[in-house]
Design a protein around this ligand. Structure first.
Ligand code: NAD
Ligand code: MG
Length: 334
C-alpha cells in the first residue's frame, strides 16, 4: 500500500463526497463491491518495451552480489507494486528476501498487509536494509535475519526467530538459491556442487521441517523452482537438477500436507535480471545478451513475478496446491 492508497482508502472509509469517490475508487467499490483499493484505470503496458532490453554491460560481481550495484537496477516493485489487502495480518518468512524475486515478494507481501521476516547472506546487508525500510514504511513488521543457509543449525534458528518475532508463521517462501555456471562438469569442484545442493535442496528441507509444527491450516509454502527444471542449460548441470528437485518436493509435500490444510506450490521463473546472474550464475556472453532469447526480447524483472507469490499465498487460492506457476517470457515451459 503506498501513501496514495492510504489516503484514498481513508477518504473512501470516511465517506467523502461522490465526486472524489468517482475519481479515486476502484471499479469494484464503484459498483458497490468489496474492493479495498482505490485507484484509477489501469495503464496498458507493452511487455516488449516495459523494461530494458539487452545488450547489458558486462558487470561481474563476487558471489552473492548486490542488486544495488547492478545496471540497470532490477525492479522489485519498490515504486510500483500496489497492494489491496490480500494478505492482511499474515506472517511470512522469505529466504533470499534482500534481492530479486524474494525482495519483490517481500515488498508485495508487506503492501498486501503481511508482516515479513527476510533471510539473506550477511554480506547482502545493504540490499536487505532497503527491503526492511520498505516493509516498515507500510506499517508492517520487517525482520532481518541474516545467516548462511548451508548451515542446518542456522536454518533452525532462522525459523525459530521468525516465529518468535512475527508472533507465528503462516507463509514460508523458500526462495534463496545458488547458481554458478560451469561450461563442463570437469570444472565443478565437489565443494561447489555441495554448496549448490546445500543451498537449494537441504536448506528448504531444514526450513520447512522446522516450520511445519508452527504452520496452522490455511498456511502456504512456496518454493522458487525454474524453467531449468524442465529445460536445463548445459552450463547449469548442478543448479538445474536442484530446480527439478524443487519442483518435485513441491508436488510430494503438497500431497503430504494437503490433508493438514497446508498448500505447497512453486514459482518457475525464466530469465530474470537479478544479482544471481551477475555473480557467477551465467557466462559472460550470456550476461550481456541476457533474456534476448525470450519472445519479448528481454529478461523479466522480479516485480513481474510478485503477483504470483501473492496469489499462491492468498487464501482465495485455496484450491491451488502442488502447482508450479511459470513466468518465463514464453520460453522454457514443460
Ligand atoms: P538473487 O541473487 O537476487 O537472490 C538469491 C538469494 O539467495 C540471494 O539474495 C541470497 O540472499 C540467497 N542465498 C544464496 N545462497 C545463500 C546462503 N548460503 N545463505 C543465505 N542466503 C543465500 O537472485 P534471484 O534470481 O532473485 O534468485 C531467487 C530464486 O530464483 C533462486 O532460487 C533462483 O534459483 C531462482 N530463479 C532465478 C532465475 C533468474 O533468472 N534470476 C530464474 C529461475 C529461478
Ligand atoms: Mg541478494
Amino acid at each position: 500500500m503506498d501513501q496514495n492508497d492510504k489516503i484514498t482508502r481513508r477518504q473512501a472509509v470516511a465517506g467523502l463526497g461522490a465526486t472524489i469517490a468517482a475519481v479515486t475508487v476502484s471499479p469494484a467499490l464503484a459498483m458497490g463491491g468489496t474492493g479495498t483499493t482505490a485507484r484509477g484505470p489501469v495503464k496498458l503496458d507493452d511487455p516488449t518495451t516495459k523494461y530494458p532490453k539487452p545488450p547489458f554491460k558486462y558487470q561481474p560481481q563476487p558471489w552473492p552480489g548486490l542488486q544495488s550495484q547492478m545496471v540497470p537496477r532490477p525492479d522489485c516493485g519498490e515504486t510500483s507494486y500496489k497492494g489491496s489487502g490480500r494478505l492482511m495480518g499474515r506472517k511470512a518468512l522469505i529466504t533470499g528476501g534482500d534481492s530479486g524475486m524474494g525482495r519483490a515478494a517481500a515488498i508485495a507481501y508487506a503492501r498486501e498487509g503481511a508482516d515479513v521476516a527476510i533471510n539473506y547472506y550477511p554480506t547482502e546487508e545493504p540490499d536487505a536494509k532497503e527491503v526492511i525500510a520498505l516493509i516498515r514504511a507500510e506499517g508492517r513488521k520487517g525482520i532481518a535475519i541474516p545467516g548462511d543457509l548451508r548451515d542446518e543449525a542456522f536454518c533452525k534458528q532462522l525459523v525459530q526467530r521468525a516465529v518468535t518475532e512475527l508472533g507465528g508463521l503462516d507463509i514460508v517462501v523458500s526462495n534463496a538459491g545458488r547458481q554458478q555456471a560451469a561450461s563442463s562438469i570437469l570444472d565443478i569442484t565437489t565443494e561447489e556442487f555441495d554448496a549448490i545442493m546445500k543451498t537449494n535442496i537441504y536448506a528448504p528441507f531444514w526450513i520447512i521441517r522446522e516450520a511445519l509444527p508452527h504452520l496452522p491450516p490455511g498456511s502456504a509454502i512456496i518454493g522458487t523452482t525454474s524453467e531449468q527444471a524442465y529445460d536445463p542449460d548445459p552450463w547449469l548441470y548442478a543448479y538445474a537438477q536442484t530446480k527439478a528437485a524443487t519442483m518435485n518436493y513441491v508436488k510430494s509435500l503438497a500431497k503430504q500436507l494437503g490433508p493438514k490444510g497446508i498448500r505447497v506450490n512453486g514459482v518457475a521463473p525464466g530469465p530474470v535480471w537479478t544479482a544471481l546472474q551477475v555473480s557467477g550464475g551465467t557466462t559472460p556472453d550470456k550476461q550481456q545478451t541476457f533474456g534476448s532469447w525470450t519472445v519479448l526480447g528481454r529478461p523479466g524483472m522480479p516485480v513481474e513475478l510478485a503477483s504470483i507469490y501473492v496469489q499462491l499465498a492468498a487464501t482465495d487460492a485455496s484450491f491451488a496446491t502442488g502447482q508450479v506457476y511459470g513466468s518465463s517470457g514464453g520460453v522454457g515451459q514443460p
